[in-house]
Design a protein around this ligand. Structure first.
Ligand SMILES: [Ca+2]
Length: 153
């Protein structure tokens, strides 16, 4: 019997192509404007509340209450494991940053970056050595499991 059901191919917003995030673990959203954190059982559910993980057009003035996904931090390589979705209502280049605490210190291994943002991971809390990312990166390289804070701009 071949009763395969193809359920996973529905386009999310239809703009970002083949590399949409996998719902691979608990995911928390972090409002970059307020610092408010809300956690969900999956990345898919978190993204539904935090911009959908899609690239917006440049006509953002038309939608004042649109949530923008700025970046996603993942604890494991290749966008697996627990994730942290950073979002706001204005997109980039609004600066935002936070220390990585509560189980997030020295664990980030892959990142996704959206909407022309630049994500920087830092070895210290607001200091140290940083490395910046402007696109989805399945392996953050030398800073793997060494990031203690981030900023996005
Ligand atoms: Ca890791």
């Amino acid at each position: 019997m071949t009763a395969a059901l193809i359920l996973g191919s529905a386009a999310l917003g239809g703009t970002a192509g083949a590399a949409e995030p996998k719902p691979s673990g608990r995911s928390c959203t972090e409002n970059a404007d307020t610092g408010a954190v809300v956690c969900y059982s999956s990345l898919e559910k978190a993204l539904a509340a935090a911009g959908g993980g899609i690239e917006r057009s440049n006509t953002r003035a038309a939608a004042a209450a649109t949530a923008y996904t700025l970046a996603i931090l993942f604890k494991d390589f290749n966008y697996y494991g627990e994730s942290r979705v950073i979002w706001n209502y204005s997109g980039c280049p609004t600066w935002a940053g936070a220390n990585l605490t509560g189980g997030w210190d020295n664990v980030v291994s892959s990142v996704k970056v959206y909407n022309s943002c630049r994500l920087t991971l830092w070895t210290g809390q607001g200091n140290g050595t940083g490395v910046s990312f402007t696109s989805h990166t399945p392996d953050v390289g030398w800073i793997n499991d060494q990031a203690s804070s981030y900023d996005v701009a």
